[in-house]
Each structure stands twice: as structure tokens, then as C-alpha cells.
Design a protein around this ligand. Structure first.
Ligand SMILES: [Zn+2]
Length: 407
């Protein structure tokens, strides 16, 4: 747990509304938040477990809640941002906060049996809760499908770990549970997701929430009037009909892992091109293999095709600059696929040709303080401090490289 005792001049109302604008990643759509305060230089954080408190507060539904959590941030007006032992991020304004009692213990995540009890109480008895080495799977789908997902998640965890862990910047183990909620079919998923995402639920096959730290998915092999998949071969046979949907699962799981092992920092200002580029870099599945995996580092065929088309016909001269300096383009539905494709292509180019600088930039961003939002100018400056001042030259190199891998 990175302890952060921040006492920054944020109105808790702003923090609270920021967190209510829940930051989700969808396969097609990312919602972000508006600017809060300007950038401050990152400071070194201590790697110790923070103290645990018992908070009593009334939530937005006017229900009184008492729970154990660490305090991530205290605003000057006395409001707080809390990290619960199951990994959620909650806020209470001074008016909502009734009491805060220090417990004579350090923050620890819920253990497996506490977590199982809590998830069953939340989702109901038709969900089973199983643990893999790193993940807690709360599933309404059949046992076989849940196992298959657990295997896929663990394999991705290992792939990401092997790909990014190094002596200078070792990855850490997750500090709160990695929870995957799997609904038995699309209808149940959509009903749940629409309460959180509204109309966005209809366009997605899964999402990761930075606020709850959970992935929410559904059984992709389930179809109306079809029998469930009984074997792994059966699951793969059914999934081959929808490879893009499997990519969603991997995409969301990449986000969850990256936000929990030190590649990104939850609640910090993460440029979306960076987090989405990371997720799209790993998302390509290979349904010939048992896990639906493809060797890391091969071009992502869907994103490549989309990027080629974008670069040929409608890419403006300042495309790279707008991608790097703000998240605005990720909020424009009509150009979203182009933006994702460019985030993938640019990430692919940087990892393949400037990996050391890419890692330097990744660590620079991961070291940022939570809830401190950068201006577009500050984002650009951060980028240029690592990759150099000349964006035009970089853009030309990028386009040349992408033309060459397209052949
Ligand atoms: Zn995403």
C-alpha cells in the first residue's frame, strides 16, 4: 500500500463528484472526469501499510454505513476519500461523515473467507466465489467457464509480469483483491451494468472500474436456447465465433492488473492514450491456443486496420498532439475507434522502437499523486521531458514505422 497523507486544498464536494463520475473502461468507450486542480510535481511515496480506521458515514442513498478503511486523502474541509478492505474507493463529505475511529491496526485486505461472505451478500446465493492465485472470481456462470476465465486471468498476469518486471522498477503484488464478477449471460450483465453505465452498457461486453477495482463480465459462450459449454474445447469452439469479445475480457483484465501491480496508479492522472494503449497492446487473443492467447507483441489486427484507414483518410496534422495532451478524443463517440486505434498504434511504435523511454514515461506517470489533474500543457511537457521536444519529427517516425509494419 502506497501511503499518501495528502492535505491538499480540494473541496470535498469536487472530490466526491469526481468519484461519482465513475471512471470506467469499456471496450468501446471510456468515461473520464474533468480537471480538478493543476498538476503538481510528483513526490516520493512511502511503501508502508496505512493505519486502519472505522468510518461511519451516510452514503448517497442516505443509508448509514460503518466500515473499516484506510484514509487515502483528507480534504481541508474535513471530508475524506477511503479505501475499503475489498479495494473500493469511497468518499464522505464533512456532512456525511459521522465518525472516524482509529483502529490499532494497519490496513490489510479482506481475506478469502471475509471476501466470499461479502460478495455473496452483495450478489446472492446463485453466485459462487472461487480464488485463483491472484484473482477472486464471483461467478453466476457455470463452473467450467469460471475456471476457464481464472486460467486466462492468471496466464495474462504472468505474461504482463514477465513483460514489465525489471530490477530497476520491480512490480509489486496487488494490495487489494482483484475481483472479477461474471454474470451468467448478457441479459443479467446488461441489467447490472446499466445501473452503473446507463446507455453505455448496451455497447460493451465488460468493463473495469477504477473506483471499485472490479472487472464485470459475462459468460460469452451463453446464448439464448443453447446448452452451456461443458468442456474447455466447447468453450473455445463457441468463443471462436466472437474473438473481439474475448479481446474485451483480456483488455479489461489488463487494466485491472496494470492498476494493481504498479504500472499505473489508481486515482492519479493517467493519460488515457497510455492506459488504453497498454490494454490494446495485450488484447489480441489467439483462439487456437487453450487460453485464447496470442504471443505478446504481434500487431493487433483490428486496431491496425482501423489505424491504417484513419491515417490514410482523415488523420489531422495535430493528431499526435491532441492524443497526448488531453483525453478529449476518448469522449467523442464518433471518432472513438480511431482514437483507440491510434492509442494502440502509438503504444506499439513506442514499445517496439523506444522501449526504455516508454518505460521511463510509464514510471513518471505512475509516480503521480492521486486526484491531482494535469492541464493539457503539463501533459505535453511531461511527455516531451522524456521523448524530446520535436513532436513533428516523432510523428513522422511513427507514421513511417506504421506504414512499414502494414506491408
Ligand atoms: Zn480500456
Amino acid at each position: 500500500m502506497a501511503r499518501r497523507d495528502l492535505n491538499i486544498p480540494l473541496s470535498l464536494l469536487s472530490v466526491s463528484s469526481l468519484l461519482r463520475t465513475i471512471i470506467y473502461c469499456l471496450s468501446l468507450c471510456c468515461l473520464s472526469d474533468g480537471g480538478l486542480v493543476s498538476a503538481q510535481s510528483p513526490t516520493k511515496t512511502e511503501k508502508t501499510a496505512p493505519p486502519l480506521f472505522e468510518f461511519t458515514f451516510t452514503d448517497d442513498m442516505k443509508r448509514e454505513q460503518t466500515l473499516e478503511a484506510a484514509q487515502i486523502l483528507q480534504a481541508q474541509d474535513g471530508g475524506v476519500v477511503m479505501l475499503t478492505r475489498d479495494g473500493r474507493l469511497l468518499t464522505a463529505t464533512p456532512e456525511q461523515l459521522k465518525s472516524k475511529r482509529p483502529l490499532d491496526r494497519e490496513f490489510t485486505p479482506l481475506d478469502a473467507s471475509e471476501l466470499e461472505k461479502q460478495l455473496k451478500a452483495e450478489f446472492g446465493d446463485d453466485f459462487t466465489v472461487t480464488q485463483t492465485k491472484h484473482f477472486t472470481i464471483c461467478s453466476q456462470a457455470g463452473k467450467r467457464y469460471s475456471q476457464w476465465c481464472g486460467y486466462l486471468f492468471e496466464r495474462l498476469y504472468m505474461v504482463l509480469h514477465n513483460y514489465w518486471d525489471d530490477k530497476a522498477h520491480p512490480l509489486h503484488e496487488p494490495e487489494v483483491p482483484l475481483i472479477a464478477v461474471i454474470f451468467k449471460d448478457r441479459a443479467n450483465f446488461e441489467q447490472y451494468a446499466s445501473q452503473l453505465l446507463g446507455d453505455g452498457a448496451a455497447a460493451t461486453h465488460g468493463f473495469y472500474s477504477i473506483q471499485s477495482n472490479r472487472m464485470v463480465l459475462y459468460d460469452l459462450t451463453a446464448a439464448p436456447n443453447e446448452r452451456p459449454a461443458y468442456t474447455d474445447a466447447d468453450i473455445l469452439f463457441k468463443l471462436r465465433k466472437s474473438p473481439f469479445n474475448v479481446a474485451t475480457v483480456i483488455h479489461e483484465c489488463t487494466h485491472q492488473i496494470a492498476f494493481n501491480v504498479g504500472l499505473h496508479t489508481r486515482f492519479a492522472d493517467n493519460p488515457l492514450w497510455l492506459t488504453e494503449g497498454m490494454a490494446t497492446y495485450f488484447e489480441t487473443p489467439d483462439l487456437k491456443s487453450k487460453t485464447g492467447w496470442r504471443t505478446v507483441g504481434k500487431p493487433n489486427p483490428w486496431r491496425l486496420r482501423q489505424f491504417q484507414d484513419y491515417a490514410r483518410s482523415r488523420r489531422p496534422a495535430d493528431s499526435l498532439q491532441t492524443l497526448i495532451s488531453s483525453d478529449q478524443r476518448f469522449q467523442e463517440a464518433e471518432s472513438l475507434l480511431d482514437t483507440y486505434a491510434e492509442a494502440w498504434a502509438f503504444t506499439y511504435f513506442l514499445i517496439k522502437t523506444k522501449r526504455r523511454l516508454y518505460e521511463e514515461y510509464l514510471h513518471l506517470i505512475a509516480a503521480r499523486q492521486p486526484l491531482i489533474w494535469s492541464t493539457p500543457a503539463a501533459r505535453l511537457k511531461d511527455f516531451q521531458s522524456v521523448f524530446g521536444e520535436d513532436l513533428n519529427q516523432l510523428d513522422q517516425q511513427f507514421l513511417r514505422y506504421m506504414r512499414q509494419i502494414s506491408r
